[in-house]
Design a protein around this ligand. Structure first.
Ligand SMILES: [Zn+2]
Ligand SMILES: [Zn+2]
Length: 184
């Protein structure tokens, strides 16, 4: 395991949100309350969740800030992460609940969901920075995709995001190019 469980979970939640942003050739996929429910199903949160339009708007609004974390290197991430912790009034404490072992919450359970998401992402990136694993924070290598991911593989060799079918698609493209060259 590269990162401990809750760090990985928070990184997955952040990646999920960033990947809902409209890209070069895809639409925003976090616009409706149904989209929001789908996000919350995959990334469950404890504490207060309203599932209303105002909460959805708040969550949508933190996405560009999270996206920035994929556009910087390790040193560049530090001020962004510190700013998120400050804006979210992060105050770390150890908690234990449900099926989880001791882990950190850094906001109160009734803070707005968008604030909790921002601070949890920031806390996860604190771990990535401290472990000096920032080169695992990557944008998909497919030439037609700007999806983001964090590479949790042991040897750090993951090149494509999980949102599309990017790995397979690129293999098929490469195969077609090879074929085209052979028959040219
Ligand atoms: Zn928790
Ligand atoms: Zn991709």
């Amino acid at each position: 395991m590269v990162f401990i469980h809750d760090t990985e979970q928070n990184l997955r939640a952040a990646s999920y949100l960033v990947n809902t942003l409209p890209g070069s050739d895809d639409d925003d996929t976090l616009t409706t309350l149904e989209d929001f429910d789908a996000y919350l199903r995959v990334n469950p949160y404890t504490g207060l969740i309203r599932r209303d339009q105002a909460e959805l708007d708040g969550v949508r609004a933190v996405r560009p800030r999270l996206r920035q974390l994929w556009e910087v290197d390790r040193d560049g991430a530090v001020p962004l992460v510190n700013e998120m912790l400050r804006d979210g009034h992060a105050l770390p404490r150890l908690v234990i609940h449900d099926a989880f072992d001791w882990h950190i919450h850094a906001t109160s359970d009734d803070a707005p969901l968008a604030t909790r998401i921002l601070v949890e992402a920031a806390m996860a990136f604190v771990d990535v920075i401290r472990a000096d694993e920032y080169d695992r924070v990557r944008v998909c290598a497919a030439d037609d995709c700007d999806g983001v991911y964090v590479d949790y593989s042991k040897n750090g060799s993951k090149r494509y995001c999980d949102t599309g079918n990017c790995g397979n698609r690129m293999n098929v493209n490469a195969y077609r190019r090879r074929k085209a060259r052979e028959t040219a």
